[in-house]
Write a protein that binds this ligand. Structure first.
Ligand code: CMX
Length: 435
């Protein structure tokens, strides 16, 4: 057993006792109440899921296993000369709650290296898509096609003990994380480089550096990849991508079905696709201004025009957060250091000065502050990834690390099939006495 798997197993044994005790001694304790507005309003804020991988505080932002993003970025081991930590270390942290040592990360790097070969039929699936297809549709299908590799399914058919579900799920999850960057880079090269730029991974490199290498990008794009995958990895359990992954996995569908579903949820413009929407929207402004940087009044006008057309300002607002997203701040700091004179970054910076006040004045959005997506496309654009349809694929590679960690723990703690109850509008009207 690897150090990671052994540590994880010990944690699982301890944690099971806590869950059993909670259920046995406090199973009927009321934690929350539900309002009509929440039932009609997308279940906002109802406390009905449990996860220990991450927690989202509305005013502080995300913490992974209790650590803020800044702490994660400074405490996880880094490659020699790198600014951003190993992505492999994040998987260790999310699964075990412990900061790994450099040796523990290196062991995990070897594990990923040994598992990253992608079967030929996956490349065939990707190649069979028309070139106008959205990369998220291709990614979803590619992950789906890997389903026949599932160890969990084989073991389940053989008659698997419930206590052991987590083990083969861990194997599947680790295999999939190892392959995701290769699949993503291959999709990029197929769609936008016509297959010419495809490179096989370099065995000496970590996950982030290898992704940069396969994308044909020089330094500091290795750090951009590491930063990107780490900050997008998890955002507690209620967001659409994480929740979809968990929901599908709760039927004991394997991780390939679950992550494919997660990708489909992430592909919507109100969720992961918002980062490409930001770029599209900014390009609209740039075209309108003939490339000249708008002054504050012109910027305000463009924002108001968007709102007056009944559209949202992409990259602003959030269902839970009520302050500037720390994932935005991490990327902003990177931009200030590496690309302060970038033209689009200046647009993003100028927007930050006008949008929150305008959204407050309009009085609809509960959170007028920028979210992660307001910055992430600009970083990619600067390093030559100008095909913004691709940005959500990068988000999906990162998000799969958190969602897979959650699914392994779901299995370890025996969480059941998810099945909330619905009511009819008639029933709601009767309940509130309005008929
Ligand atoms: N621009 C304009 N209006 C906005 C807005 C924005 N950025 N954010 C919220 N609003 C509006 C909503 O559309 C809603 O209007 P209606 O009452 O007319 O339906 C009202 O303000 C209240 O919404 P809310 O409770 O503040 O926000 P929700 O929880 O319903 O939605 C989100 C959250 C992210 C979908 C929304 O803020 C939005 O559409 N933002 C723009 C898209 C975006 O950046 N998405 C990425 C989020 C991060 C991620 O998940 O990846």
């Amino acid at each position: 057993m690897s150090k990671l798997k052994d540590t994880l197993y010990q944690k699982i044994l301890d944690h099971r006792k806590r869950t059993t005790k909670l259920l046995k001694e406090s199973g009927d304790t009321v934690i929350d109440e539900v309002k009509v507005s929440q039932i009609i309003g997308g279940m906002r804020g109802i406390k009905s899921l449990v996860t220990d991988i991450s927690y989202l505080d509305p005013y502080e932002g995300i913490r992974y296993r209790g650590y803020t993003l800044q702490e994660v970025l400074s405490k996880l081991p880094k490659a020699e000369g790198a600014e951003m930590p190993y992505v492999e270390g994040l998987y260790y942290l999310l699964l075990t709650g412990e900061m790994p040592s450099k040796e523990e990360v290196e062991e995990l790097m070897v594990t990923f290296r040994n598992r990253r070969i992608v079967p030929r039929y996956v490349w065939d699936v990707i190649d069979s898509f028309p070139s106008e297809s959205h990369p998220m549709a291709i990614l979803s299908a590619a992950v789906m096609s890997l389903e026949r590799e599932s160890h969990f399914n084989v073991k389940y058919k053989q008659g698997l003990n419930k206590m052991d579900y987590w083990d083969s799920t861990f194997e599947d999850a680790t295999n999939l994380i190892a392959k995701m960057p290769l699949i993503g880079a291959y999709i990029y090269n197929k769609l936008y480089q016509k297959g010419k730029g495809h490179r096989y991974p370099d065995p000496s490199m970590d996950l982030g550096a290898n992704f940069a290498y396969m994308m044909g990008k020089d330094k500091p794009y290795d750090d951009v990849s590491r930063m990107y995958f780490i900050i997008h990895a998890d955002h507690e359990s209620g967001n659409v991508s994480a929740h979809t992954g968990h929901l599908v996995a709760s039927t004991l569908s394997d991780v390939y079905y679950s992550i494919s579903a997660m990708i489909n949820g992430l592909a919507g413009p109100l969720h992961g696709l918002a980062n490409q929407e930001v770029l599209r929207w900014l390009q609209g402004l740039r075209n309108q201004m003939d490339g000249k940087l708008p002054n504050e009044d012109e910027m305000k006008q463009y924002v108001w025009d968007t709102l007056n057309r009944g559209q949202v300002i992409p990259g602003y607002g959030h269902a839970v957060l009520r302050k500037t997203d720390p994932r935005y701040t991490v990327q902003r700091e990177f931009c200030l250091k590496h690309m302060p004179d970038d033209e689009l970054f200046k647009y993003v910076d100028a927007l930050y000065k006008v949008v929150p006040d305008i959204l407050r004045e309009q009085g609809k959005a509960k959170n007028p502050w920028p979210n992660v997506d307001a910055q992430s496309g600009v970083v990619q654009w600067h390093y030559g990834i100008t095909e913004y349809d691709f940005y959500t694929v990068l988000f999906a590679i990162g998000r799969s690390i958190g969602v897979l960690s959650n699914i392994i723990w779901d299995r370890a703690l025996g969480y059941p099939l998810e099945r909330p109850k619905s009511v009819t509008t008639d029933m709601l009207e009767k309940m509130v006495g309005s008929t």
